[in-house]
Design a protein around this ligand. Structure first.
Ligand SMILES: Nc1ncnc2c1ncn2[C@@H]1O[C@H](COP(=O)(O)OP(=O)(O)OP(=O)(O)O)[C@@H](O)[C@H]1O
Ligand SMILES: [Mg+2]
Length: 209
């Protein structure tokens, strides 16, 4: 995918309410290739909600969120192709192995080429790929979620508290992947963790908008 496509993600007066409760109001940003942002704010300020809206898993109450690829607006239905997502809410299947979980994910996404071996190596799970997920440790599950998010080589990587449960080696896996993304794509991390924040070049604080 390299440096071919120019992508731009813009939020204009993005507002989210659950029932009548306003979670955040008038969030504005513009992210282009080679940028990274930490979404910060206290517990319950809406970081995960904003990440899910960007991933097109939730809809905003008002305002606009647009993704442009080479200047053309990307249709909502195919936004998922551009986005990799790691979150505590992601469901994995306990009765399948790590490798099978990735195969299921590829099938759902309609990815033809199978690069799951290289991704499993990247996150340090290759040796354990044939173990059932139910015997994975929390850190191993977190690594699998990271593998899942980069499987389709997305342009935008959304990480919600990516280093939770990870050991030092796991944290350095995230550091490497995050470093690679902000070099030529877009990296967005929802976090209050100082180390995760330090991986990003800018910050949107949901308590200060
Ligand atoms: N489906 C829902 N229905 C109603 N309220 C919700 C729903 N999902 C989230 N909320 C509320 O929206 C607010 C923001 O939640 P969110 O998970 O986005 O916060 P956060 O900033 O990620 O918090 P944390 O730092 O704890 O991860 C919270 O008050 C939460 O209770
Ligand atoms: Mg959250």
């Amino acid at each position: 995918m390299g440096g071919l496509t120019d992508i731009r993600l813009e939020a204009v007066n993005l507002t989210k309410k659950f029932d009548r409760k306003t979670i955040f109001e008038n969030v504005n940003f513009e992210l282009t290739k080679k940028s990274s942002v930490a979404i910060t704010g206290r517990n319950g300020s809406g970081k995960s909600t904003l990440i899910k809206i960007i991933a097109n898993l939730l809809t905003q109450s008002s305002g606009e969120l647009n993704l442009f690829s080479d200047g053309k607006k990307v249709k909502k239905e195919i936004v998922y192709r551009y986005i990799g997502f790691v979150s505590p809410y992601l469901n994995l299947y306990d009765e399948f192995t790590g490798a099978e979980n990735l195969k299921i994910a590829s099938a759902i996404r309609g990815i033809s080429g199978d690069n799951s071996d290289s991704v499993l190596k990247q996150v340090g799970l290759f040796e354990r790929r044939h173990d059932l997920l139910k015997i994975y440790s929390s850190g191993m599950k977190q690594r699998l979620k990271i593998a899942f998010s980069i499987l389709h080589d997305p342009y935008i990587l959304l990480l919600d508290e990516p280093t939770s449960n990870l050991d030092l080696e796991g944290v350095s896996v995230v550091d490497d992947i995050a470093g690679g993304y902000k070099k030529d794509r877009i990296l967005i991390i929802a976090t209050n963790d100082a180390h995760e924040k330090s991986l990003c070049d800018s910050e949107i604080n949901l308590n200060k908008i």
